[in-house]
Design a binder for this molecule. Structure first.
Ligand code: ZN
Length: 430
C-alpha cells in the first residue's frame, strides 16, 4: 500500500502525557512529535486543531466474518446458540462468504477507530484478502476443532500451516497468522500439544477461548479432574505467546497460573453479558498485573465491533460487580483497549501508543461536538462519553484509511451490498 509523509497539525495528542502539538509520519512510522513542525516538508497535511489524537484501538478477540450472522439469533444461551443456530449456518460457509463478512467488519472497525484485530475463523486467506484491501492490521487464526477425531486434527493442522505459508507477514507486515485451537472443550489434548509444538516451530502466537462459561469449567473438571487453566498448565500449553479469550470463570489459583505463565487475556464484556456467561474478575486480574485487553467477540454475539462501547461497558460492569466505583478507572480501561491490546498480540514495540518510532496507527476524534463538551478530560471523554461513531479520521501503517468519516481504501456502499448478498446467500442454504 502506498505511503507518504503526512503531518497531523495541532492535535490534542494522547501520548505519555497529553500535549497540544503536531505529529509527522514518514512512510509507515511516526518520526516526530512536537509543537514546532512546519508544514513545508509534508506531502499531506491534516488539520487537527479540534481533534483528539490517539493510537488505533486493538480488538483482541473477534470472528469478523460473523458479521453475516448479525441479528440472526439473539437472547439464547451459548450452548443452544452455537449448536442450533451458529454451527448449522457455519456448515454452509464458503470463502466468498468469509471475504464479504470480513470486508464488512473491516469497514465497521475502521469507522469506529479500530486499526488492529485478532481474528479466529475459517477461510482465513479470504479474511487476509479483505484486511489487506481495507489497509487494516490483523492477526488471523484458522479455528481448529477436532473433538478427538484424528482425521479432523490432521486437516486442521494442514489448513493452519497453509494459511501461515500463504499469509503470515503479508500486506507490508500488517497481516500476521497465529494458531487458533478453538477451546479446551472442542480440541483434544493431542491437538493442543501439537499446536504448542508447531507454533514454536513457526514462531507464531496462539489464540484460544478458555473458561467462557461455568458449564465449560464443570465439563473440563469432569473429564480431566481440574479446571481449564490448570489443565492447560499441566499439559505445558500456557505461555506468553497465548492469548486466551474470555477467562470469565477463573479461580485464584488459576489467576496465579495466568500471571506466572504471562498468558494474555482478552476481556469480552458485551458478549459475556449478552450470553449470560458471567463476569470476568478484570479488576482483580489487573491488580495482579495480568495483561488484560479488550475484545468484542463475533458480531453475532455482541452485536457490533465498537471498542469505545466496550471500554465503557468494561468499566461499568466491574464497578457494579464489585459495588466499588473506584475500580477499573477510565485510564486503565483506555490502556486495555490500546497498549494492553498491542501487548496481547506481541506487537507492543510497534503499536498501541503514540511514540516516535512506532507504526502510524492513528485515530482522530472530533471533540467539537455537544457530547464531548466542555472539553476537560480527554481520557474520561473517550471512555465515558464518546462512541465509535465520533471517530473522524483513521490511519493504519501510515496510510489514511478514513478521512472526515469517509472510507478511502474501500467503497462503503459496495461493501454493504456485497455483505447483504453474501448473508442472504448463506442463510438461503440452511
Ligand atoms: Zn469467540
Amino acid at each position: 500500500m502506498e505511503s507518504k509523509n503526512i503531518l497531523i497539525k495541532d492535535a490534542t495528542i494522547i501520548a505519555d502525557e497529553i500535549i497540544k502539538g503536531s505529529l509527522l509520519i514518514e512512510n509507515d512510522k511516526i518520526v516526530e512529535i512536537s509543537d514546532k513542525i512546519g508544514i513545508s516538508d509534508a506531502e499531506e497535511v491534516i488539520l487537527a486543531d479540534d481533534k483528539i489524537l490517539l493510537p488505533g484501538l486493538v480488538n483482541t478477540h473477534t470472528h469478523l466474518s460473523m458479521t453475516l450472522m448479525r441479528g440472526l439469533a439473539d437472547d439464547i444461551p451459548l450452548d443452544s446458540w452455537l449448536n442450533n443456530h451458529i454451527w448449522p449456518v457455519e456448515a454452509n460457509l464458503t470463502g466468498e462468504h468469509c471475504y464479504a463478512g470480513a470486508l464488512l467488519a473491516c469497514a465497521e472497525m475502521i469507522k469506529s477507530g479500530t486499526t488492529c484485530f485478532n481474528d479466529m475463523y475459517f477461510f482465513m486467506d479470504q479474511v487476509a484478502k479483505a484486511a489487506d484491501e481495507a489497509g487494516i492490521r490483523g492477526m488471523l487464526s484458522h479455528g481448529m476443532i477436532d473433538f478427538g477425531d484424528e482425521e479432523k486434527r490432521k486437516n486442521e493442522f494442514k489448513e493452519t500451516i497453509r494459511i501461515i505459508k500463504k499469509c503470515h507477514n503479508t500486506g507490508d507486515g500488517r497481516i500476521k497468522v497465529a494458531f487458533g485451537p478453538h477451546s479446551p472443550y472442542t480440541c483434544s489434548q493431542e491437538l493442543l500439544e501439537g499446536v504448542k509444538k508447531e507454533s514454536n516451530k513457526y514462531g507464531v502466537r496462539i489464540h484460544i477461548h478458555v473458561s467462557e462459561t461455568q458449564k465449560e469449567v464443570s465439563d473440563i473438571q469432569e473429564i480431566h479432574g481440574k479446571r481449564p487453566f490448570e489443565y492447560l498448565n499441566d499439559i505445558n500449553f500456557l505461555g506468553e505467546e497465548v492469548t486466551a479469550a474470555h477467562a470469565v470463570w477463573v479461580s485464584d489459583s488459576e489467576i496465579d497460573i495466568i500471571k506466572e505463565k504471562n498468558v494474555k487475556l482478552s476481556h469480552n464484556p458485551s458478549s459475556n453479558m449478552k450470553l449470560s456467561s458471567g463476569i470476568s474478575p478484570v479488576a482483580k486480574l489487573l491488580d495482579k498485573e495480568v495483561c488484560v485487553s479488550l475484545g468484542t467477540d463475533g458480531p453475532a454475539s455482541n452485536n457490533n465491533m465498537d471498542l469505545f462501547e466496550e471500554m465503557k461497558i468494561s468499566a461499568l460492569l466491574q464497578k457494579v460487580n464489585t459495588m466499588d466505583p473506584t475500580v477499573l478507572s477510565a485510564a486503565n480501561v483506555y490502556k486495555m483497549a490500546t497498549i494492553n491490546g498491542a501487548n496481547s498480540l506481541g506487537l507492543e514495540n510497534e503499536i498501541g501508543s503514540i511514540e516516535v518510532g512506532k507504526k502510524a496507527d492513528i485515530v482522530l476524534v472530533n471533540m467539537k461536538i455537544p457530547k464531548l463538551t466542555p472539553f476537560r478530560n480527554p481520557i474520561s471523554h473517550l471512555v465515558y462519553s464518546a462512541s465509535g461513531g465520533d471517530v473522524d479520521t483513521v490511519l493504519c501503517n501510515g496510510t489514511v484509511l478514513m478521512k472526515n468519516k469517509e472510507l478511502l481504501t474501500i467503497d462503503e456502499a459496495r461493501v454493504i451490498e456485497i455483505a447483504e448478498n453474501a448473508s442472504e446467500d448463506l442463510l438461503s442454504k440452511c
